[in-house]
Design a protein around this ligand. Structure first.
Ligand code: ATP
Ligand code: MN
Length: 291
């Protein structure tokens, strides 16, 4: 059992959502949430003074955690460190007790950190890009992936954009994954220069959607499906079916309340099949991308 101290502490002042409400939220979505974070190194965004206060990312284990498993991993410099890794509901709630609002897993398992088992295309629209263009951009990413034989899945981020997620089975070493993601982002920017930009430089992004392929590297993270976001309105990152995209109003279409309602009504996992698909990028013919 994890005890939530200061249960009445307000985390989302705009909604009056408390720390206990955050714990109850994760408890309510746990069955759907856990498979996306379990057994992976996870960075958490902690907001001890609430979502509008100072929040900070944490990736390493700390004193006082008894349910969270530490995973020893090698870091860039060659030293090793103990990363946060969750296996069960208690670990999730323990991190909420420590002020966690958001959960951001790696695209790899802690037991196999050098190989990606998923790829994420993070579509980041500049502030002047209207939503229908973001939706169309996601459809185009899906189409291009389909042209090289890859199935993909869609997630609202709870923020401005969308994530297009590609499962890789068997898992694949990071270098070819990174190269493929870069190639796809370049193909988008070259083929649709009025819509996409593949360079991270902020200055040239006006009016464009940045395809952030850099999520696809060892140690990089993406927000977990069903994670809350520490932003106004308590939005949630939500996996959706491709045929729902047309009626979505934005990346923040779901929140702490509607996410729970949706899950209750939901008969089928919107990402049905995600865990069974066998597909990879090794030996893939990328020539459809360069035309
Ligand atoms: P939005 O749709 O608003 O862009 P997002 O989750 O995609 O939402 P980004 O700022 O585009 O937000 O970041 C993409 C991903 O990069 C995040 O989901 C997060 O996992 C990761 N990320 C960003 N900044 C950090 C950080 N400082 N530490 C760890 N991970 C980060
Ligand atoms: Mn993004």
């Amino acid at each position: 059992m994890v005890t939530i101290t200061h249960p009445g502490r307000v985390i989302y002042a705009d909604l009056g959502v408390t720390k206990q409400d955050v714990a109850d939220y994760y408890q309510a979505v746990m069955k759907a949430f856990l498979p996306g974070v379990a057994a992976r190194p996870v960075s958490v965004l902690r907001c001890p003074e609430g979502a509008a206060g100072d929040c900070f990312f944490q990736k390493h284990m700390m004193k006082g955690l008894h349910h969270v498993r530490g995973a020893k991993l090698t870091e860039r410099g060659g030293d090793s460190a103990i990363y946060l890794c969750l296996d069960d509901a208690e670990a999730v709630l323990e991190l909420v007790q420590f002020g966690t609002v958001e959960f951001h897993p790696w695209g790899a398992l802690a037991s196999d950190p050098d190989r990606a088992d998923l790829m994420v295309f993070d579509l980041d629209p500049a502030s002047d890009v209207k939503w229908p263009r973001v939706a169309a951009a996601a459809r185009l990413v899906r189409k291009l992936l389909g042209q090289v034989g890859l199935q993909s899945f869609l997630r609202t981020t709870g923020g401005k954009g969308l994530h297009v997620v590609v499962p890789l089975r068997p898992a694949c070493t990071w270098t070819p994954v990174k190269d493929f993601a870069h190639a796809l982002a370049d193909a988008l920017a070259r083929g649709w220069p009025d819509e996409f930009i593949a360079q991270a430089s902020k200055s040239q992004r006006e009016g464009l959607i940045f395809v952030d392929y850099l999520r696809n590297a060892r140690g990089a993270t993406s927000v977990a499906s069903y994670s809350l976001r520490a932003r106004k309105g308590a939005p949630v990152a939500m996996p959706v079916r491709w045929d729902e995209l047309g009626k979505l109003k934005g990346g923040d279409a779901f929140d702490i309340h509607t996410a729970v309602q949706r899950l209750k009504r939901q008969r089928r996992d919107p990402w049905e099949g995600f865990d069974r698909i066998e597909q990879g990028i090794e030996g893939i013919d990328t020539s459809p991308l360069s035309t």
